[in-house]
Design a protein around this ligand. Structure first.
Ligand SMILES: Cc1cc2nc3c(=O)[nH]c(=O)nc-3n(C[C@H](O)[C@H](O)[C@H](O)COP(=O)(O)OP(=O)(O)OC[C@H]3O[C@@H](n4cnc5c(N)ncnc54)[C@H](O)[C@@H]3O)c2cc1C
Length: 383
């Protein structure tokens, strides 16, 4: 067992940390207020290899591996959660295309994602009546000669406003439940595929979250990813990987909150002493850091297993549920350490707390992660 990152992993972590400190941290509050991610920053991240970290170099990826991806994601999440979630969905889309796309898809789209020509990718699975249960989706894809005609709508799609390429799930067999779902690639601007309003959210406000309406959207037959009926499997496999990204991001938000609160506690004087000298404050700091370290190790174990091509569904769900819930607890305590100042917009704790909240919801709620973990354990995966 080796708990130490390799020299290359440390280098990538440091590169992401330097970039995040320099380019993201100073802008995070403004990104939150304006609800706008600076596109040149995303392009610069792509230039540093952060938009295709698990993609082979022949398609423009940096192929730094999953552990490096997790370490980098934590650094970006620490500085700006909106940017981190964009990085997460973009890497996820590149990986879906790499894993399930035809060679032509890979050669066409992946280099555009990795180079930053597309500021982001988007993953369009959820619908207003199909969230935790995507098998109940209504969007349909009907075959007509050499085309598929898609009709329906999607809800809460991260990066809808900025994505160049969308992976879109639709039913090719309406009576087929999960087995009737297929996945398609849709380029931005395709007729009949309209990105709608950017939802007003509680946090991660710089990351656009859009509705999408799909009306008589005609796609060439080879827009299909994988085979007809494989869409559900593709979504679940992609989400397993995506959960490593979200768990890593959440650890970053938790660390940012804790670091800020710790420095504050050393300098805030009450009853003639720094509040850090009070045991109640020390326990909040100690518990928070312990739990964040446990979360980090769980997420990194999932990343390590994915990188070694070992099964990692259970580990990714454990990492996601534990890291995201821990980060929320940590933000709660860190804000408490700042007292009234924690509640004020002038200090970053209220933003971290808002940014963190969504992480237990998207890419599968905490309840769904627990279903996945229980299913694995009840199925005998208990070692
Ligand atoms: C900021 C943000 C970004 C998002 N980005 C994307 C995106 O890019 N692409 C995309 O496709 N989707 C995206 N989503 C959608 C997200 O994946 C869904 O919101 C999530 O899966 C939950 O679905 P729902 O909101 O419909 O809640 P519901 O499924 O209606 O769930 C409501 C509650 O019931 C619980 N619940 C549901 N089923 C069960 C069960 N079987 N057992 C126990 N409890 C259950 C849930 O855990 C939750 O607490 C995003 C959401 C948000 C908030």
């Amino acid at each position: 067992m080796d708990f130490f990152p390799t020299e290359e992993q440390k280098m990538i972590q440091q590169m992401a940390r330097d970039f995040a400190e320099r380019e993201l941290k100073p802008r995070a509050a403004e990104i939150d207020t304006t609800r706008l991610l600076p596109l040149p920053v995303l392009k610069a991240m792509a230039g540093l290899g952060m938009m295709g970290m698990n993609i082979p170099a022949e398609y423009g990826g940096s192929q730094t591996g999953v552990v490096s991806y997790s370490l980098a994601m934590t650094e970006i999440g620490k500085a700006c959660a909106s940017t981190a979630v964009t990085m997460s969905v973009t890497n996820m889309v590149a990986e879906v295309i790499h894993a399930f796309g035809r060679e032509e898809h890979r050669r066409t789209y992946i280099p555009r994602i990795c180079s930053g020509e597309y500021p982001s990718g988007a993953f369009a699975l959820s619908e207003s009546t199909a969230g935790s249960d995507p098998s109940s989706m209504k969007t349909s894809a009907d075959r007509s000669g050499d085309e598929y005609i898609l009709n329906g709508s999607k809800t809460f799609i991260t990066s809808g406003d900025i994505a160049g390429i969308f992976v879109v799930w639709a039913k090719t067999d309406k009576s087929g439940g999960a087995k009737g779902i297929s996945a398609f690639l849709v380029e931005r601007g395709t007729a009949g595929f309209k990105v709608g309003r950017n939802e007003e959210k509680m946090g991660q406000k710089g990351s656009p979250t859009n509705e999408i309406s799909i009306e008589e959207c005609r796609l060439p037959r080879d827009s299909l990813l994988g085979r007809e009926g494989e869409g559900f499997k593709i979504a679940m496999m992609a989400l397993d990987g995506g959960r490593i990204g979200i768990g890593s991001l959440a650890v970053g938000i938790g660390l940012a909150a804790l670091e800020y609160a710790t420095e504050y506690a050393k300098n805030r004087i009450q009853f003639g002493k720094p509040i850090s000298s009070f045991q109640a404050i020390q326990w909040m700091i100690a518990d928070s850091f312990t739990e964040l370290e446990a979360a980090r190790l769980l997420v990194l174990r999932a990343a390590h297993r994915k990188g070694k091509s070992l099964p990692f569904t259970r580990e990714a769900s454990m990492g996601k549920v534990y890291a995201t819930e821990t980060a929320n607890r940590v933000c709660y305590k860190a804000l408490q350490i700042l007292g009234g100042y924690g509640y004020m917009k002038e200090y970053p704790l209220e933003r971290h707390s808002r940014d963190c909240r969504g992480t237990t919801i998207y890419e599968g709620t905490s309840e769904i992660q627990r279903l996945v973990i229980a299913r694995e354990i009840l199925g005998g995966n208990l070692v």
